[in-house]
Design a protein around this ligand. Structure first.
Ligand code: ATP
Ligand code: MG
Length: 546
């Protein structure tokens, strides 16, 4: 049975299967453990693991740990957790450092073939002689060292005879190549730095461009999928595979990075936000990291749906963050239980109820899910409604409660307003109302016309809670202001204290998502600073233009 390709990468794969070039498709996800994964990575994850699933292939997780100064086990652990959260399973967990010995041996092989040499230039000299897009580079005076001398020097580099940065191993390709990556690129450097896996065993480390094709080839990767900025590195990738004499070498394929408007998509900058204290950590609910989105309450399925809708393209573009929110909202609309929470409570006394009288109503948990059942809400004489659901001086077309007016309590009776108690400034502090008998759903008076339906909670049973409302971390760029640091949104977090929620909310699991009716989707975050808390996941309203 042939599988239908759904993008240009899959076209290549289908062709490779049909022509018998490969029988087993093997991909990998190759993060550098120098930070937490962000939503951009989820696109790469969906592509690589999606291919594994679709073509019944394999996909490894391979950490690119060739730069020990920036890497850490904390990041390794977080990356694994995030991939599992998305529901992907890697076949092997590998590290570029697993191959340091073989990588070294391949470098020796290249020296013996006369296509690599030890150069005594420092970083600055290498840069100065590399040439430009219009000018060729200059050959290093060390370029024509003998194989014997190169072997000896490279061995001594490994043994620690030379200072950091004093020598490098370079590939001997073409200083006049129009592709600057081919102008004798550095493939090994001297660096004394403790590595999170190999400790102090090595003081020479391979460069990414050398280690990457080697790791791919040794793992049996067939398609090495990466982002567009590596397109110019592909000739070097192929050169390394050829010089190492790999049989049936992997093929590098580039796709467009995911960019989202007003969203930082670089571990380096995200790290800065954490270090500067702009956010509470990598998993702050405002962060575009996978751990931040998980903390915020985004369902993993919604993130994957977002990646599917963005698709796989060869040209860079910027996606509207509203598309991600749309996917989150669609998912929660199907799956989140409905609940009533009053954000800014206004006290209401139902005058025609007894002091201890309790009336129980069954409320549908999720109208979109017939299996979700109902739960009971208890109406008592003293309740709260939302402050904004009553107006003394209603603006035109006001659809909520006014003096003498009617309103339906969600899931329960219709109330008629009787009188208003005001404070010294003339603001309403308590309303007096009466409920209309038999006005609940199915009752003889249930069809009385009302202006609207509002959420409410019983004063006796409601639980106090705080609501954390999030906005984008960045404000729009302008012609003058483009730098992230100048675009930080000072209002990215609003804390609403003293909200009142239905009691069942606090009996559920931490991490559970709800739709607070007429408000937004929220995640139960448990106690934060000693107070029951919810994080706003996403608003109810859709700003996405389909
Ligand atoms: P950062 O600049 O955030 O560190 P990176 O590209 O250096 O990102 P890596 O850890 O090297 O991060 O990324 C692992 C894989 O994820 C790579 O194959 C990379 O191409 C891919 N990736 C990273 N960012 C994006 C993005 N915004 N969209 C799609 N794929 C991405
Ligand atoms: Mg990187």
């Amino acid at each position: 049975m042939t599988i239908e390709a759904s993008n240009f990468i899959e076209d290549i794969i289908v062709n490779d299967l049909e022509t018998g070039k490969h029988n087993l498709i093997y991909t990998r996800f190759p993060p550098e453990p120098n930070g937490y994964l962000h939503v951009g990575h989820s696109k790469s994850l969906c592509i690589n693991f999606g291919i594994k699933q679709k073509f019944n292939g394999k996909c490894n997780l391979r950490f690119d740990d060739t730069n020990p100064t920036k890497e850490d086990v904390e990041y390794v652990e977080s990356i694994k957790e995030d991939i599992k959260w998305l529901g992907f399973e890697w076949d092997k967990e590998l590290y570029a450092s697993d191959y340091f010995e073989q990588t070294y041996d391949l470098a020796v092989k290249l020296i013996k073939k006369g296509v690599a040499y030890v150069c005594d230039y420092d970083a600055e000299q290498i840069r100065a002689t590399r040439g430009t897009l219009t000018e060729p580079g200059q050959e290093s005076p060390y370029r024509n060292r003998s194989v014997e001398e190169n072997l000896k020097l490279f061995q001594e580099m490994r043994e620690g005879k030379y200072a950091d940065g004093s020598k490098v191993l370079r590939a001997k390709i073409d200083m006049a190549s129009p592709n600057i990556n081919m102008r004798d690129p550095v493939i090994y450097r001297i660096l004394r730095y403790h590595h999170h896996r190999t400790g102090d065993k090595w003081c020479v480390y391979p460069m990414y461009d050398f280690a990457h094709p080697i790791g791919d080839a040794l793992d049996g990767v067939t398609h090495s999928i990466c982002t567009l900025e590596f397109e110019d590195h592909r000739p070097l990738y192929d050169w390394v595979c050829e010089q190492c004499e790999f049989v049936n070498p992997p093929r590098q394929i580039e796709f467009a990075r995911l960019n989202i408007k007003n969203t930082i998509m670089s571990k380096r900058y995200l790290k800065r936000l954490v270090e500067n204290g702009h956010v509470e950590g990598w998993n702050d609910p405002r962060m575009p990291t996978l751990s931040g989105m998980r903390e915020r309450g985004y369902p993993a399925e919604a993130v994957k749906e977002f990646c599917a809708r963005v698709g796989v393209a060869k040209a860079n573009s910027e996606v509207d963050p509203a598309l991600l929110e749309f996917c989150v909202r669609e998912n929660l609309n199907q799956n989140a239980q409905r609940a009533m929470v009053v954000e800014r409570p206004l006290a209401v006394v139902i005058d025609n109820m007894g002091d201890d009288e309790e009336l129980s109503f069954a409320v549908v948990n999720n109208p979109n899910n017939p299996d979700s059942g109902t739960h009971n809400v208890i109406l008592t004489k003293n309740i709260y409604i939302e402050e904004t659901d009553f107006a003394l001086n209603p603006p035109p077309k006001y659809k909520r409660l006014v003096e003498g007016g009617l309103i339906r309590l969600k899931g329960a009776y219709i109330l008629r307003h009787v009188s208003t108690e005001l404070d010294g400034q003339g603001n309403p502090v308590r309303l007096h109302c009466e409920y209309i008998e038999d006005s609940a759903s199915g009752g003889v008076n249930c069809n009385i016309k009302v202006k609207g339906t509002v959420q409410w909670v019983s004063q006796k049973y409601a639980v106090d809670c705080n609501l954390y409302k999030y906005e984008s971390l960045l404000v729009d760029a302008t012609d003058e202001i483009t730098d992230f640091n100048d675009r930080l949104n000072p209002n990215s977090l609003e804390l609403v204290e003293g909200a009142k929620g239905e009691p069942f909310l606090f009996e559920g699991k931490v991490g559970e998502s709800y739709q607070f009716m007429r408000q937004a989707y929220y995640k139960y975050a448990g106690k934060k600073n000693g107070v029951e808390s919810f994080y706003r996941i996403v608003s109810l309203k859709d700003s996405f233009n389909k």
